[in-house]
Design a protein around this ligand. Structure first.
Ligand SMILES: Nc1nc2c(ncn2[C@@H]2O[C@H](COP(=O)(O)OP(=O)(O)OP(=O)(O)O)[C@@H](O)[C@H]2O)c(=O)[nH]1
Ligand SMILES: [Mg+2]
Length: 344
């Protein structure tokens, strides 16, 4: 199976148009001077971070991006038309890497940020440019400069405030759907979420972005399951929301599995603030709730209770997240009429 947060792309800027060799031809003018125009410039290839995208899926269907060449120059001093630029529209948070997959060419972290990936070739000079005192009728012009061809990689790291963690089936997508504008796929089989979903969650007067990532399983950091590829996504989150399925056999063990993965992944992930939630409590009676809560608290410390389905406890969890995210990252909640739904 292929993952959409990494895409290989071939790009080529346009070559410059060649300069023209041409001479003026007019009635009663016997020796018209040179009038060959310059070739047009070739188109550039750019990348630009845009609103409203959160995967690189489009680059799975189109991997080649070639800008147009400049048109050749023409007589009567006419310059050839420039080739159109090509712009790769990528989600915010996309890194652009060189062919070696390591060298970072650019990191597009803001909407509208642009980077030039391949410059179009200059147009060649027409013979008009070569006229000198001793050579009044030059029969030479330049070819256009060639375009630049290169292979690059696009790598997406989502910029979310909260990263959802949990084993497959813990109810992460259900939670996201219940609390945000995102409509992730939900099913009672594991690994329903193949592509990370982003949702904007509002609570009180604040908004933040939650990323639903595919379920983590044991060994994910070694490449098992789908989780490890997406651990990279959560690196930039301010808080992790760890959901534990209350209907599971052993909630302490389920919790431990995820924590082990975080620790094995290394980096700052394991030290990030974390909110631990016992989810799906609608399926339990009071006695079972207390029992599971105690089991989980014994290993995880403070635990909140919630159900993404009945929505019991959801607001409290959102408020806790809000408090942990920090004011600098929170967006002001706006009425949808004002601006339309905010798109990650
Ligand atoms: N009773 C109950 N069931 C829930 C709750 N939340 C989710 N479920 C069910 O649990 C199953 C898995 O839910 P998802 O939201 O797809 O789980 P996930 O964690 O996103 O799973 P992956 O994407 O596979 O990692 C579905 O059948 C849901 O209906 C809840 O609060 N209560
Ligand atoms: Mg899911």
């Amino acid at each position: 199976m292929k993952f959409l947060d990494l895409a290989k792309v071939y790009i080529r800027s346009g070559g410059g148009g060649s300069g023209a060799i041409s001479f003026r031809r007019e009635k009663f003018v016997e020796y018209g001077g040179p009038d060959g125009g310059d070739g047009g410039r070739g188109g550039d290839v750019w990348a630009e971070a845009v609103d409203g995208l959160n995967t690189l899926i489009d680059f799975r269907y189109q991997q080649h991006f070639f800008a147009k060449s400049g048109q050749p120059g023409m007589g009567k001093q006419r310059t050839g038309r420039d080739g159109d630029d090509v712009v790769l529209r990528v989600p915010v948070g996309t890194e652009i890497l060189d062919e070696d997959e390591e060298t970072v060419i650019a990191d597009l972290t803001e909407v509208g940020q642009r980077v030039l990936l391949a410059k179009g070739g200059n147009g060649g000079w027409g013979n008009l440019h070569f006229k000198t005192a001793t050579n009044q009728a030059p029969r030479r012009a330049n070819p256009g400069q060639e375009g630049v061809e290169r292979t690059i990689w696009l790598r997406l790291k989502l910029i979310a405030d909260v990263g959802l963690l949990g084993l497959p089936n813990a109810g992460k997508s259900t939670f996201l759907a219940a609390t945000s504008n995102a409509r992730p796929k939900i099913a009672d089989y594991p690994f329903t979420t193949l592509v990370p979903n982003l949702g904007v969650v509002g609570v009180d007067d604040a908004e933040f972005v939650v990323a639903d990532i595919p379920g983590l399983i044991e060994g994910a950091h070694e490449g098992r399951g789908l989780g490890d590829l997406f651990l990279g996504h959560v690196e930039r989150c301010a808080v992790l929301l760890h959901l534990v399925d209350a209907t599971a056999e052993d909630v302490a063990q389920d919790w431990r599995t995820i924590i082990d993965e975080l620790e094995a992944y290394g980096g700052a992930l394991a030290d990030k603030p974390r909110v631990t939630v016992l989810n799906k409590i609608d399926a339990l009676d009071d006695e079972e709730r207390a029992e599971k809560k105690a089991e989980l608290e014994a290993v995880a410390g403070e635990v909140m209770l919630m159900s993404g389905v009945s929505r019991e406890g959801v607001t409290e969890v959102l408020r806790t997240l809000r408090a942990q995210i920090g004011a600098d990252r929170l967006r002001q909640r706006k009425d949808e009429e004002d601006t339309g739904p905010w798109q990650p």
